[in-house]
Ligand binder design. Structure first.
Ligand code: NAG
Ligand code: NAG
Ligand code: NAG
Ligand code: NAG
Length: 310
């Protein structure tokens, strides 16, 4: 009896084994150049598969908060665009100008966009709560466009924004021209976006930029790193390997893990950070936590004449 029963059971086992084997064969086949879970899989034939952050939601008038958003193209040849936000108060009267938040989304330089449900939801609620206008930057992503593309794109958007200030004479985007107080422009980003925001504000302070003036910087779990392990980093070798893989593939031409763009301790221009106020937010269990703390120390050690808060 038992022999009769086990026969189909064995067949089922073999079938399941076959399915699993076939699946794992497909997943880690020799076709894959590299994979960083849960972000990206890159095939040797050049195909890039994003494993997260690819969903999109359209711009809208939020029925509850009445935050209004729309998408605009800023630089067609590079396909650089942005999602713009105005709070409910803006539509009533443009007489009182609003502060502007320039937001750089995270996603390890590889994934996400201003159009994903995560960032659309986040910006909508920040704009409603803070009563500010916002520009959420759609910079080009690695690996198709390795760094420094994202830095260049975000810089280009910042300059474009300030071309709308009064003395700039620009009048291409009415939402900015009519609603924004260009003396109160704040920059922010999370994770990789925090890294980009920092680097762009250093550039704003280092170059003769004329009109670009950033009032403050808010970094949420910024993505900084370095060659030496600090704090608790060494306790999680898997995350260390992931951080290294991200940087190597996002910026193949960097000078390494102590590149000034990744490790602010090695940025000769950190004292030129182009704003007087910085808030850094870190999360207790985040592998990037100690880098956030180190960032504040690096600012304090430098000749930067601003106030940093954690
Ligand atoms: C590249 O290889 C992957 C995996 O074998 C396949 O899914 C994809 O269609 C290929 N792309 C091209 C352009 O051949
Ligand atoms: C331009 O960017 C949009 C939004 O990210 C994307 O959907 C589109 O495929 C891009 N176009 C090109 C030609 O890369
Ligand atoms: C630092 O800033 C100076 C100008 O203030 C600039 O010429 C130089 O290229 C910057 N260095 C780096 C590494 O960005
Ligand atoms: C790295 O730099 C070299 C020399 O400047 C350049 O030819 C190459 O295209 C760059 N590679 C990447 C991935 O940016």
């Amino acid at each position: 009896m038992s022999g009769n029963k086990s026969c189909p059971l064995i067949l089922i086992f073999f079938f399941i084994f076959y399915l699993l084997a076939a699946q794992s064969f497909a997943a880690d086949s020799t076709d894959i150049l590299y994979e960083i879970q849960p972000l990206i899989r890159v095939y040797k034939n050049g195909t890039v598969e994003r494993l997260s952050g690819t969903d999109t939601v359209p711009p809208s008038l939020n029925p509850k908060s009445k935050v209004l958003s729309k998408d605009i193209i800023i630089q067609p040849s590079l396909n650089i665009s942005a999602r713009l936000y105005l709070p409910r108060s803006a539509s009533a009267s443009a007489a009182r100008k609003l502060p502007l938040l320039v937001y750089i989304h995270g996603g390890a330089f590889f994934t996400e966009s201003p159009f994903s449900s995560t960032y659309h939801g986040y910006l909508t609620s920040v704009v409603a709560e803070a009563n500010v206008a916002a520009v959420s930057v759609n910079y080009r992503l690695a690996p198709e466009n390795p760094l420094p593309a994202a830095y260049e794109d975000s810089w280009l958007v910042l300059k474009w924004i300030f071309s709308h200030s009064k003395d700039g004479g620009g009048c291409r985007e009415a939402w900015l021209r009519n609603n924004v107080d260009f003396d109160r422009v704040y920059m922010s980003g999370d994770s990789a976006g925090g890294n980009i925001a920092h680097n762009v504000v250093v550039r704003a302070g280092s170059e003769e930029t004329g009109r670009v003036r950033i009032r403050g910087l808010f970094l949420n779990c910024p993505h900084f790193w370095g060659k030496e392990r600090i704090g608790n980093e060494a306790s999680d070798p898997k995350m260390v390997a992931m951080e290294e893989s991200i940087w190597i593939h996002a910026y193949p031409n960097s000078t390494g893990f102590d590149d000034r763009r990744l490790n602010p301790d090695y940025d000769p221009n950190i004292s030129k950070l182009g704003c007087k106020k910085v808030v850094v937010y870190v999360a207790g269990n985040d592998i990037l936590r100690d880098r956030g703390l180190q960032y504040k120390k690096a600012l304090e050690k430098s000749k930067w004449e601003g106030v940093g808060r954690l």
